[in-house]
Design a protein around this ligand. Structure first.
Ligand code: ADP
Length: 151
């Protein structure tokens, strides 16, 4: 079974994440979306909301599993028996950042990181931009799946 972990903060899920997951489903038997919990990070959306947005977006996709984790990503991969980490790449800055992490993870384990290049129409989207649009009362709906709703 080819199982990949797609780790991230998903604060909130964006059309960029959605695109990577939808395409990843064709490459792997199962994708475990793992929402990282970092006690030092301040989030806009509560963990339950972030999880709910993803669950609703993929409710018809049995190959997608949603979970949360704390600690090292490679340790969690071992726990859930994922041999791959899936990550999206938007630009050279993502590449440099991801390269260092992937090399480190490879040193710590046998887990391979697989990168998918972002779709051209979602390459400008990041959760932090979505949060800015929300804070400034802009039309965030253009950047996220329908399941993401601000109360
Ligand atoms: P993190 O806090 O780990 O950066 P994110 O939730 O921001 O978590 O991102 C999780 C993953 O989704 C990362 O691999 C990131 O590169 C990817 N990603 C985020 N936005 C996009 C996008 N617009 N297109 C493709 N991949 C994306």
């Amino acid at each position: 079974m080819r199982r990949a972990l797609f780790p991230g903060s998903f604060d909130p899920l964006t059309l960029g994440h959605f695109d990577i997951i939808k395409r990843g489903v064709h490459l792997f038997d199962e994708i475990v979306i793992a929402i990282g919990i970092n006690a030092e990070k301040k989030y806009m959306f509560h963990l339950d909301e972030r999880k709910q947005f993803i669950e609703e977006a993929f409710k018809d996709q049995p190959k997608v599993i949603i979970t949360t984790y704390e600690g090292m990503t490679v340790d969690f991969c071992k726990k859930v028996k994922a041999g791959f980490i899936l990550r999206g790449l938007r630009n050279p800055a993502d590449f440099e950042f991801e390269k260092a992490i992937a090399h480190t993870n490879r040193k710590l384990s046998k887990i391979e990181t697989v990168f998918l290049l972002t779709a051209a129409n979602t390459s400008h989207i990041s959760s932090s931009i979505v949060r800015d649009v929300i804070r400034n009362k802009g039309n965030y709906k253009l950047l996220v799946p329908d399941s993401v709703r601000v109360k």
